[in-house]
Design a binder for this molecule. Sequence first.
Ligand SMILES: [Zn+2]
Length: 163
Amino acid sequence: MAKPKADNRARFLQKFTMAGPNDCWLWTGKTINSGYGYFWVEGTKHMTAHRYAFLQAYGYLPTVVRHSCDVKLCVNPAHLLPGTSKDNSQDMASRHRMGGGNVKLTAAQVEEIRRRFVSGSHGRGGNRRQLALEFGVDSKHIWRIATGRAGDYRITDPKRGVA
Ligand SMILES: [Zn+2]
């Protein structure tokens, strides 16, 4: 049975050590290979802990959530910054809708996935699962995106808070 989504916030609060407002609040829950915290959002999807922290604090998810403190496990919203696209107008131009599917990524996220994707062999190895965790999509979508078979996902506007 799925628990109410309201439980997510309470669960999240138990998984890090809150310190002073200017200190790093270190994630004590699960982590993923890239060194970021991992949080299962009940009824929705898994997210990296700092992205969830950003979403909770600011109410939307930017393409990239960066740490001003460079501490990957830090979930203090005061240390989290929205990443910006280098060329927003180009980003806008390349952002378009692809029919079907329900995976929502920005053009910048798609570019990042393609850049960072490491293929394994025979479905093993590589970083598909890691990227899937980070971007909150199924690993099959990571593969589709990385290999250019991405006819079934949609690119959305990050300002609408969809990620
Ligand atoms: Zn910090």
